[in-house]
Design a protein around this ligand. Sequence first.
Ligand code: ADP
Ligand code: MG
Length: 234
Amino acid sequence: MGLITAQNIYKDYQVGEVSLRALNDLNFEIEPASFLSFVGPSGSGKTTLLNLIGCLDTPTDGTLTVAGTDVVSLDRKQRAAFRGRHMGFIFQDFNLIPVLTVYENIEYPLIMVQNVPPEERRRRVLSLLESVEMTEQKDKYPDQISGGQKQRVAVARALVTEPELVLADEPTANLDSKTAYMIIELMKEMQRKSGTTFIFSTHDQKIVGAAEIIYTLEDGMIVDRKDTGGNAHV
Ligand code: ADP
Ligand code: MG
């Protein structure tokens, strides 16, 4: 059984009198330890879909199973708990907490959502700092580091709870293309090391080739699926 199974997923948004179909009958299965991308132009439904997989929103219709749980049937509180246990998130605008240091930003999810003893917290944070090559900057604040470095910290923060799944909605949209590529490569390296599934969205054809599986969205529908093995670099 896959890590994620989606069957006949629809998402409609009600805008005044008008109902807008953002996702139209999506069916897919995502295996554990995948490195996968949803690509498509602006408005094609990428954010809507990642929000469903990330249990931030619920579909209008369809079946969605994540890590063996029927997430459609969870209430708001259960969804929050499920996210904390199973998922890490990486954002387009990094979303680091400005008053916390690099170290503290990575440690934060462990303090918030999981009851991990201090020594184990320290071990995990130090190990991730090293993996994302940010050990030297660990006492700096977010406004003292570059955009690429902020996203490195965000990758570490997403992994500190040892989630099964990391979701990243256009994680490289605010980075220059060289840095964007490095962040995708870092995500891939972390995926290989940890076996965590990474799903990212992008509208940038240059970086999408790094994904091992590429789904193309158009007008809320999956119009293509490519299995590249991650070697379709352009
Ligand atoms: P993408 O992330 O690929 O740019 P989105 O998932 O944000 O696409 O949007 C898909 C479609 O749904 C678009 O037509 C968008 O205008 C619409 N949409 C997204 N969010 C909302 C919302 N909260 N209310 C109404 N329409 C929305
Ligand atoms: Mg979007």
